[in-house]
Design a protein around this ligand. Structure first.
Ligand SMILES: [Zn+2]
Length: 425
């Protein structure tokens, strides 16, 4: 039997270990926000990986957005050097999970196994992927102890809130510099036979319209900022949304509905602030002097960030030309450029061969509609040879009764193991 077959068997034989590891990770409720139990999950991973011969480092993202003494942003980076010089393959998983939400029929932090699936918040996004990468690495080291290069496994904070206390911080500290790491695989839940090459860009902005406060019984003495915002919304309906629908991309974004430019209005707020739920009084009669809208524009690799911004500024100038007393401001909240790794990149080629070997079919190449930590590895780390590949069904992420299939985890661990064999043997 050759080493590839032995490795496939070894990973399959570790199925019970994979299940237990996933359950243990789910049972640490690393909710973000606020960012709880990061230290506990890092300590847990530390104990496990040290036992398997990894050198580990726990890094707190001191001073990063979100980091505080109450909720410190802890990260772990583990490294196992091989017997000979070679390249480094890095598996990066985020350790945080989003809020539970309503509608669960299973314990969100129980890690229950029902019909071949493990349930819990973070099961698919992405503790199942983290567990699969650990099992793949441990099995590979057992079968090929004299491998070349190095394997790194990181567990990082805050991906769900932008990754600034996690991958961005580590990238700034040089953990993803191309001299140190040559291949990065992020086991996000993109389905076991798909290779995710990157993601669309993001531009978040807040538009504020200004008015003048007055008594609500005499609105003609003031100027209603909410009506001004209404004019912005109707201009968006008339000209912007139809124009965005026509901007198509060659990026293989899934789902297909996201294969175009999109804009979401995240929120609109005008006038008096909302009161606490226990407030029993009535609102006061005032003409709103301010209205704020947060927009979430997702853009394509074919689009330029300056054009994306100019589109909104142009729309607002157009409203101003046709409307008396229309005054506004635009504030940028966040920008992330689109990223897409070439299909010819070594890590893509290697994972594609592994998918074909394990599953007997070619992988599907996809791009994510939303961003994930690849943005920091690309922009700060300057490392282009990076993809997302992992078990779990994308649409289950952040939903009630989130689960990950055990067979899927085993198969994706086999793909990860074969990738290590391909790049490091
Ligand atoms: Zn995720």
């Amino acid at each position: 039997m050759d080493s590839a077959d032995r490795l496939m068997q070894e990973i399959a034989a570790r199925r019970a270990d994979l299940i237990e590891l996933t359950q243990e990770l789910i049972r640490i409720p690393t909710l973000n926000p606020p960012g709880e139990f990061y230290r506990e999950i890092c300590d847990f991973l530390d104990r496990r990986l040290v036992r398997h011969g990894f050198a580990t480092e726990l890094i707190r993202a001191e001073g990063a957005i979100g980091d505080s003494d109450k909720h410190p942003r802890w990260n772990i980076v583990a490294r196992k050097d091989g017997a000979r010089p070679g390249e480094c393959v890095h598996f990066n998983s985020h350790i945080d999970v989003v809020e539970i939400g309503k509608g669960w029929t299973t314990d969100p932090f129980g890690g229950e196994v029902i019909d071949g699936k493990i349930y819990g918040r973070g099961a698919c996004d992405m503790k199942g992927g983290l567990a699969a990468s650990i099992i793949a690495a441990e099995a590979f080291i057992a079968i090929c102890p004299d491998f070349a290069g190095a394997i790194e496994i990181s567990g990082t904070a805050d991906e769900e809130s932008g990754g600034f206390g996690g991958v961005a911080y580590l990238a700034e500290k040089g953990f993803f510099s191309p001299e140190k790491v040559q291949h990065v695989i992020i086991p996000e839940p993109l389905n076991k036979d798909r290779i995710c090459l990157g993601h669309r860009g993001v531009w978040w902005a807040e538009i504020e319209t200004h008015g003048e406060i007055a008594h609500g019984s005499m609105p003609f003495l003031g100027d209603c900022a909410v009506r001004h915002m209404g004019a912005v919304v109707s201009e968006m309906e008339d000209s912007l949304f139809p124009a965005l629908a026509l901007k198509r991309t060659d990026m293989p974004v899934v789902p297909e509905g996201a294969r175009q430019s999109t804009l979401n209005i995240n929120s609109i707020h005008g006038g008096e602030a909302e009161q606490d739920p226990d407030y029993t009084g009535l609102p006061s009669p005032c003409v709103p002097d301010s209205c704020r809208m947060v927009i979430d524009r997702r853009f394509l690799i074919e689009e330029d960030i300056d054009e994306v911004q100019e589109e909104i500024h142009g729309l607002l100038r157009h409203v101003q030309e046709n409307r008396e007393n229309f005054r506004y401001d635009v504030r940028e909240l966040q920008r992330v450029l689109p990223t897409m790794t070439e299909k010819s990149a070594p890590v893509v080629q290697s994972v594609a061969r592994a998918v074909a070997a394990v599953m007997g079919r070619e992988p599907q190449y996809v791009v994510s509609p939303g961003t994930y930590d690849q943005k920091h590895i690309d922009r700060i780390g300057r490392l282009k040879n990076c993809i997302a590949y992992g078990p779990g069904i994308l649409y289950l992420a952040h939903k009630p009764d989130e689960y990950v299939g055990i067979d899927d985890m085993v198969e994706s661990a086999q793909v990860m193991g074969r990738t290590l064999l391909d790049l490091l043997e």
